[in-house]
Write a protein that binds this ligand. Structure first.
Ligand code: AVJ
Length: 322
């Protein structure tokens, strides 16, 4: 498929906002949390003590880097380390540090939707690892699947950290992983992070901190609609609410209107009415167990090669092959 066709399959911000705010119940996708300000708020989230995911995965990578390096390597041709949703690369840098220090042959290809995040990453990597070949690519997950097919000349290790997969309902996660699987050859590997089911209180706390950072993160989507589509949302008339279903493992985030109100979106000439306590669903953050990951792997014809976890078993990284 041509790249143009692929991008056409994806809706624009404006289309998604229109659809989401004219349906019932209302919804807006968390993929729109991330503009320059949203990226910064997410950095703050990763530093909050309540947001256990970052430290847990950091511990896993820190512990297993030498073992992973041995599994990733290809002595003959080297390998391409392709990271989907690279962000600021904090966790990846442990791996890059070890691989470069020990003269493993590889290139690093960070892919992210945020041009801004990629530029920052490229600059810091240049400073920290001047000898490392870095080939950044900007694009969405759909662009990424297209790009992956281009890498067939040597072993590729595809990496997706931070439980980014958790933003997708199972059906979408499966078609996304299916796309990755199709791009993989015999020796290729997929290394992916999955946040684990745990005490529901711990999950709720991670997604509804008292300082209001997560709330600001969710509300950033309203701010974007105000700025980019000339609207008059008053973020103070919404609260953020988190729910967690321990049976399905789905954490769900909402913005809830605290009073009846009408918002005008000038760019679309659209009036949006809210009843008191009406909701906008913004995000899911799926939590997994082994049965579910086994099921997904089976659906997409991937084999689990290994799994890695932290001392408290809060988070897991799975290594898959075809
Ligand atoms: C970046 C998708 C992994 O769902 O845990 C953090 C985003 N949302 N706090 C997650 C997020 C609220 C995060 N991911």
């Amino acid at each position: 498929m041509e790249k143009n066709t692929l991008t056409k399959l994806e809706n624009t911000f404006e289309e998604d906002v229109y659809k989401g705010l004219t349906s019932y119940p209302k919804k807006l996708s968390s993929k729109y949390f991330y503009d320059e300000k949203g990226d910064k708020i997410f950095q703050q989230i990763m530093e909050m003590p309540e947001y256990y995911l970052t430290n847990a995965e950091y511990e896993i990578i820190d512990t297993y880097t030498p073992a992973l390096a041995e599994i990733f390597k290809d002595e003959e041709k080297g390998f391409d380390l392709i990271e989907l949703g690279a962000g600021d690369g904090k966790k990846t840098k442990i791996l890059l540090q070890y691989l470069t220090k020990n003269n493993y042959k590889f290139s690093y290809l960070p892919i992210d939707i945020s041009k801004h995040a990629l530029l920052d990453l490229k600059t810091t990597l240049k400073k920290e690892f001047p000898q490392l070949e870095v080939v950044p690519k900007q694009g969405t997950y759909l662009d990424v699947l297209h790009e992956l097919n281009e890498f067939k000349h040597r072993k590729k290790v595809i990496m997706m950290l931070g439980s980014n997969i958790g933003n997708m309902v199972h059906e979408n996660a499966i078609s996304f992983m299916q796309g990755i699987q199709k791009s993989m050859h015999k020796q290729d590997l997929l290394f992916m992070g999955f946040d684990q089911k745990k005490h529901p209180k711990k999950i709720i706390k991670a997604y509804s901190d008292k300082t209001g950072i997560t709330e600001a993160f969710n509300k950033n989507i309203l701010v974007r609609i105000n700025n980019e589509l000339d609207a008059n949302f008053n973020p103070d008339k919404f609260i953020q609410w988190e729910s967690y279903n321990p049976e399905t493992g789905t954490a769900k985030s909402f913005l809830v209107a605290t009073e009846p109100q009408t918002v005008f979106i000038r760019k679309m000439n659209l009036h949006v009415d809210f009843d008191a306590w009406e909701t906008i669903h913004t995000e899911i953050s799926q939590k997994y167990d082994l049965k579910t990951i086994d099921w997904i792997a089976g659906q997409v014809n991937l084999k689990i090669v290994n799994q890695y976890t932290d001392a408290q078993q809060l988070f897991k990284n799975f290594l898959f092959a075809i």
